[in-house]
Design a protein. Structure first.
Length: 294
């Protein structure tokens, strides 16, 4: 059984009709999250919901054991540097935005880094966090340039997302559930290009840095990633999009020493200088409260 079930799968798992599942979603009585217009149901949260007999999803995590000092979710080069330099004692477990949301909801992480675009609203992160029913606060981490990372000099003249479907262009993808993968699929759909039309590598890149390394080694010609990934490997970059990367933190953990140390370091001149050096970052609003759970 997949970790994230769709509506049909969760209906079969609960032995209910799909119509009943939609009723539970509308009444906010079942753990779920909406990504690119589709409802997804974390299996472990469904199991916990059944075991505890609660009618309000956010109650599932309120009495859980304290979360470990871990930042799960999206990989961000600036965040990685900041964690290392700040001495905040937080560990990074970058497995993609949706993986981070699952780990956060299950109490496996104190913080989730995410950049999930919702085409229906044009919003970043807020729709998926609200749908999850998370008991926390969403803090802006950074605005980032997303675009196509290509070889130095852009020898294949890749200028737009549709160019990825040209014959001979080898594309490296991010893994399913990564924010960059979600954005890529949206941009392809907007351009009228099917993902299946791309010549993709068998193995996806698990981080922004991994994607840059694959292209720098000549194993792929292009991939969607942040500008910092291209800059780190002295690759060319075709900007396409600006996104917002946020940190989701439980309110009870916001004032814990590791989180406060990280956020305090993000207010220093050293942080601002490093963001400028890494390329593609706007940290003018870092630390801004985007959303606070009711």
């Amino acid at each position: 059984m997949a970790e994230l079930m769709n509506t049909h799968e969760v209906a079969e798992y609960l032995r209910l009709k799909e119509r009943k599942i939609y009723d539970l979603v509308r009444e906010k009585r079942i753990p779920c999250t909406r990504v690119t217009g589709k409802w997804l149901f974390p299996k472990r949260l469904i199991d916990a919901w059944l075991a505890e007999g609660t009618e309000v999803p956010k109650e599932i995590g309120r009495h859980a054991r304290p979360a470990p000092p871990v930042i799960a979710g999206s990989h961000d080069p600036l965040l990685e540097w900041c964690v290392r330099e700040s001495g905040c004692d937080l560990a990074l477990l970058a497995g993609g935005s949706l993986d981070g949301l699952r780990r956060f909801a299950e109490g496996e992480a104190m913080v989730c880094a995410l950049h999930v675009f919702d085409p229906a609203s044009g919003e970043y992160n807020l729709p998926v966090v609200e749908a999850l029913g998370a008991d926390g606060v969403l803090i802006e981490w950074a605005r980032r340039e997303q675009g196509l990372v290509v070889a130095p000099g852009n020898p294949l003249s890749i200028r737009a997302i549709a160019d990825l479907a040209r014959p001979g262009v080898r594309v490296v993808l991010r893994q399913q559930g990564a924010g960059s993968r979600i954005l890529l699929e949206h941009l392809l759909e907007r351009a009228g290009v099917a993902l299946e039309a791309l010549n993709v590598l068998d193995q996806p890149a698990r981080s922004e840095t991994d994607l840059g390394q694959v292209i720098s080694e000549g194993r792929a010609d292009a991939g969607l990633a942040v500008a910092a990934a291209a800059h780190a490997f002295r690759l060319d970059f075709v900007p396409l999009w600006q996104e917002r990367c946020d940190l989701l933190i439980r309110r009870r953990d916001y004032f814990e020493a590791p989180v406060q140390a990280l956020l305090a370091f993000a207010r220093t001149p050293a942080f601002t200088r490093r963001a400028a050096e890494m390329s593609g970052y706007d940290v003018a609003a870092t630390g801004r409260i985007v959303w606070n759970a009711p």
